[in-house]
Design a protein around this ligand. Structure first.
Ligand code: NAD
Length: 266
């Protein structure tokens, strides 16, 4: 039997595409009421028509989650409409490239504003509602790049490390009120972001070939589907994970446990 989140209200940021979209679908499947926050108006519109049959069980807000006034306004509208918030899944994020030498101050600030400040702002405005309820679960989408790195990802990798710290620090603050905070660390996931990245780095190869090569670097031999990250997010909001807080949980097909010197063998 699957997890049943009937009666639970869950906000998914960056909900219109990629991992956020996968999370929205999985929370809908688990019978939750889902609110999608995104700044991509046309993708939000398509998503609203996809879920139109759900009526009040799905809604969306056009919001830039790096802007406090917009976050505050959108969160209070969710609270006014549904009267509670049980889950906050912070998926909105951007991938930026640059070494420590060529990353501009503007790119650094934008990366931290969208990837880290947004998660602080949404938690800042949602947590008081969860504290009053004496229950809630916040899930921050980090990355395996918070643990390990590669070339030209200085701002992105630093922002992901900051998310793990933000997760631990807020988990300790909120634990006394039974509000849990965890981070999910995906490896490569098939999303518009990953496909853009594959296109940038493909050289003579097709995007599909690059994705297949990247998948082969994961011990399980493939990249993930966004729905697989959604399944973990649903678990982390459910009562089945009631004693898990402050954790950084990898969902990476074994990518982060492999020594990169591969010995021959089966
Ligand atoms: P994506 O670009 O495919 O989707 C991100 C969504 O967030 C988009 O709908 C976008 O419009 C929205 N968004 C971006 N900035 C926003 C803002 N300021 N306010 C509101 N919405 C905003 O990206 P994705 O691959 O789904 O990535 C989602 C998260 O997962 C990111 O934090 C990313 O760093 C992380 N992640 C992705 C992968 C991967 O392989 N795809 C791996 C590890 C971690």
């Amino acid at each position: 039997m699957g997890i049943d989140l009937s009666g639970k209200v869950v906000i998914v940021t960056g909900g219109a595409k990629g991992i956020g979209e996968g999370c929205v679908q999985k929370f809908v499947d688990a019978n939750a009421t889902v609110v999608s926050f995104d700044l991509d108006g046309s993708s939000l519109k398509n998503q609203a028509s996809k879920y139109s049959k759900l009526e009040s069980r799905f809604s969306s807000h056009l919001v830039d989650v790096s802007n406090e006034a917009q976050v505050k306004d959108a969160v209070s509208k969710v609270q006014e409409t549904y009267g509670r918030i049980d889950g906050l899944i912070n998926c909105a994020g951007i991938q930026t490239y640059g070494s420590v030498v060529d990353t501009t101050e503007e790119i650094w600030d934008k990366t931290f504003n969208v990837n880290v400040k947004s998660m602080f702002l949404t938690a800042k405005h949602v947590a008081p509602i969860m504290i009053a309820q004496k229950s809630g679960s916040i899930v921050n989408i980090s990355s395996v790049q918070s643990l390990m790195s590669q070339k030209t990802v200085v701002a992105y990798a630093a922002s992901k490390g900051a998310i793990n710290s933000l997760t631990r620090a807020s988990a300790i603050d909120l634990a006394i009120d039974n509000v849990r905070v965890n981070a999910i660390l995906p490896g490569s996931v098939d999303t518009p972001m990953l496909r853009t990245s594959a296109d940038m780095h493909r050289g003579e190869k097709s995007v599909e070939e690059v994705l297949s090569d990247w998948g082969a670097g994961h011990p399980l031999g493939r990249i993930a589907k966004s729905s697989e990250v959604g399944d973990l997010a649903v678990f982390l909001v459910s009562a089945e994970s009631a004693f898990i807080t402050g954790q950084s949980i990898a969902i990476d097909g074994g990518l982060s446990i492999q020594v990169p010197v591969i010995l021959p063998g089966k």
